[in-house]
Ligand binder design. Structure first.
Ligand code: AMP
Length: 185
């Protein structure tokens, strides 16, 4: 039987990190979170500047990074923050659908709820991400989601051999989690 590759997709604040952690508490997954990896780049590097501005880092850099991470994995994996563009999505399916059972979990949350959650995360969280602090940067990240990631999600929805679930993640995490678990079974 193939191992699972759970791909968390959704706008900033949709709950990708929250549900990844809930799944990890229930199973043995390798967790790969691209945003956290990219935020370790020095602030004065190209990647550091792009992340600070809320721009997507070029596909070739992400693909190289992900190949290095995924190729070491042999079990179940959760991807949080990848893919974010159609090229990244196509690369993932082309290279890994043969080896893993790919489950796309699209966390569908209205824009105004995403904005509210990002704002709350900044004010209540213990680590203040600079890219969560500035309205123009938040808007740029959400725009990247609507213009680049949404088309990738739509493409994945019709890609053969991929399991795809749209999950309404507007409510409380405990109410949403059973729907994600159902989709993965
Ligand atoms: P996140 O924590 O997932 O919101 O990601 C923070 C930032 O990392 C994003 O605003 C992008 O600058 C960069 N990033 C994360 N994942 C990707 C990706 N798959 N492709 C391009 N840039 C990414």
């Amino acid at each position: 039987m193939k191992h699972k590759m759970v791909v968390m997709m959704g706008g900033q604040g949709a709950g990708k990190g929250t549900f990844s952690k809930m799944l990890m508490a229930r199973g043995d997954y390798t967790y790969i979170e691209t945003g956290a990896i990219l935020r370790t780049a020095p602030a004065d590097s190209d990647i550091g500047r792009m992340v600070a501005r809320g721009e997507l880092v070029p596909d070739n850099m992400l693909i190289k990074l992900m190949a290095e991470k995924i190729n070491y994995c042999t079990g179940d994996i959760i991807l949080d923050g990848f893919p974010r563009t159609q090229s990244q999505a196509q690369w993932l399916v082309e290279h890994y659908a043969g080896k893993w059972d790919i489950h796309i979990i699209y966390l569908d949350v209205p824009n105004e709820v995403l904005l509210h959650r990002i704002n709350k995360r900044f004010h209540e969280g213990s680590c203040h991400r600079t890219d969560d602090s500035d309205t123009a940067i938040i808007q740029r990240r959400l725009n990247a989601f609507y213009t680049q990631t949404k088309p990738a999600i739509e493409w994945l929805h019709t890609a053969p051999g991929i399991k795809f679930a749209t999950i309404d993640a507007t409510g409380e995490p405990d109410t949403t989690l059973p729907h994600i678990l159902d989709a993965l079974n």
